[in-house]
Design a protein around this ligand. Structure first.
Ligand code: HEM
Length: 361
C-alpha cells in the first residue's frame, strides 16, 4: 500500500478538496482511491481527471440533475417507492437492503441510463464488483471480476452504438454519445465513466436508505420526533447522509510541496481525506457523534465532498431519500430492526449487505 497522509479534521479536508491545483485527482498519479491502480486496470473517468479535462465531461451529464429534470423524475420515484413499499411482507423478517434499498436504487439507475428493465440487476452486480476487495467474497478471482466488467463494457457499447446513430435523448448514454466532450472517448474512458455513474448512483444512495432505518432504530427518540412531525424529513435526510457517510474517503496526490495542519506535504505524497472523520469533528459540528433529526445546520457535512468534484448527483440522492421517507411515514408506524446488520467489507464504501427488519400488520 505504501505511505499516505490521513486528513481527518473538517477544515483541513475542505482545504484539500477545494484546492485542486495543489491536490490532484489525476489517474496517472494514482487517482482518487487509497490504493494506486495498476496501469493495465486504469479506466479514466472524470472523477480521476483534473482541469481542463474534467469540466467538459462533467458538464455533459450534469443536465440530468437540474431542478427541472429532478421535478420530472420525482413523479416516477414516488410511484416506484409506493409500489415497492406496498409489496413488502408483514409480520415476517425480511432483508431491507435487498427488498428496498437495492431495488429502488437499481430502478433509478436503469431509468438514468434507459437500461433494459429486465436486466437491471446487472447494474447492481457491476457496481458491487467494481469497488469490491478480494476479501469481500463477492467474486472468485480477479480474472472473473475483469471478465464481468468486460461484459459491462460490451453491454454498454451496444447501447452506445444504438444511441449515437439516432436523435439525442435525455438518458446518460445518449447525453455522452452526443456531446463533443465525450463522444470520442475510447473504450477505457467510456467504461470508467459508466462505472463512476453506476457506483455513484447505486452504492451511496442504497446505503443511505439502509442507514436511515438503522439510525432511527438506534435513536428511538429521534424516530418519535420524525413520526410526530413529518416536516422534519427535510433535515433528517442530510443528517442521515452525514451520519452514514456512504463514501469514507477520497484520495488526492500533492502536485507541489505544501503545508497542511502544521505538516509539510511533499510533492507526490498521497493525501487521503477521511470524510467519515471530518463528519464527526466537534470543532465544526455540534454533538457530532449524535444523530439528531432536527439538527440546526444539517447540510454542514462532507459526505458529498467539495470543490470541482463535489457530487454531481447529490440532489437526486436527497430527493430519493426524501420521497421514500414521505411514503414510509404515510404507511408504516414502525420499521423495526430485528437483528444485526451485516456490513460490506470495505474501507471505501460504508455499507450494508443485509439489514433484517420487520413491519407489523
Ligand atoms: C448519498 C448519496 C451520495 C453520496 C454520499 C455521494 C458522494 C460522492 C463523493 C464523496 C464524491 C466525490 C467528491 C469529491 O471528490 O469532492 C462524489 C462524486 C460524484 N458522484 Fe456522488 N454521491 C452520492 C450520490 C450520487 C448519485 C445519485 C450520483 C449519480 C447518479 C452520483 C454521481 C457522482 C459523480 C458522477 C461524481 C463525480 C463528480 C466529479 O468528479 O465532478 N453520486 N459523490
Amino acid at each position: 500500500m505504501g505511505n499516505y497522509w490521513s486528513v481527518t479534521k473538517y477544515n483541513d479536508i475542505m482545504h484539500v478538496d477545494t484546492n485542486a491545483a495543489i491536490f490532484s485527482s489525476d489517474l496517472n498519479l494514482g487517482g482518487v482511491m487509497l490504493r494506486d491502480i495498476e496501469p493495465e486496470h486504469q479506466w479514466p473517468s472524470f472523477i480521476t481527471m483534473d482541469e481542463p479535462r474534467h469540466g467538459p465531461q462533467r458538464k455533459t451529464v450534469s443536465p440530468m440533475f437540474t431542478p427541472t429534470h429532478l421535478n420530472e423524475l420525482a413523479v416516477l420515484i414516488r410511484e416506484r417507492s409506493a409500489e415497492v413499499l406496498d409489496n413488502l411482507p408483514r409480520d415476517v423478517t425480511f432483508n431491507w437492503v435487498d427488498r428496498v434499498s437495492v431495488e429502488l436504487t437499481t430502478q433509478m439507475l436503469a431509468t438514468l441510463f434507459d437500461f433494459p428493465w429486465e436486466d437491471r440487476r446487472k447494474l447492481t452486480r457491476w457496481s458491487d464488483i467494481a469497488t469490491a476487495l478480494p476479501k469481500s467474497l463477492l467474486y472468485a478471482s480477479e480474472e472473473q471480476r475483469l471478465a464481468e466488467l468486460g461484459e459491462c463494457a460490451d453491454y454498454f457499447t451496444r447501447l452506445w452504438n444504438e444511441r449515437i446513430n439516432v436523435e439525442p435523448r435525455s438518458d446518460l448514454i445518449s447525453m455522452m454519445a452526443h456531446s463533443e466532450a465525450t463522444r470520442h472517448m475510447d473504450r477505457d474512458n467510456l467504461l470508467g465513466n459508466l462505472i463512476l455513474l453506476i457506483v455513484g448512483g447505486n452504492d451511496t444512495t442504497r446505503n443511505s436508505m439502509t442507514g436511515s432505518v438503522l439510525a432511527l432504530n438506534e435513536n428511538p427518540d429521534e424516530y418519535d420526533k420524525l413520526r410526530n412531525n413529518h416536516a422534519l424529513i427535510d433535515s433528517f435526510v442530510p443528517e442521515v447522509i452525514r451520519w452514514q457517510t456512504p463514501l469514507a474517503h477520497m484520495r488526492r496526490t500533492a502536485l507541489q510541496d505544501t503545508e497542511l495542519g502544521g505538516k509539510t506535504i511533499k510533492k507526490g505524497d498521497r493525501v487521503v481525506m477521511w470524510y467519515v472523520s471530518g463528519n464527526r469533528d466537534d470543532d465544526v459540528i455540534t454533538n457530532a457523534d449524535s444523530f439528531i433529526v432536527d439538527r440546526a445546520r444539517p447540510r454542514n457535512h462532507l459526505s458529498f465532498g467539495f470543490g470541482i468534484h463535489r457530487c454531481v448527483g447529490m440532489r437526486l440522492a436527497e430527493l430519493q431519500l426524501k420521497i421514500i421517507w414521505e411514503e414510509i411515514l404515510k404507511r408504516f408506524d414502525n420499521i423495526e430492526v430485528v437483528g444485526e446488520p451485516e456490513r460490506v467489507y470495505s474501507s471505501f464504501v460504508r455499507g450494508y449487505a443485509t439489514l433484517p427488519v420487520r413491519i407489523n400488520a
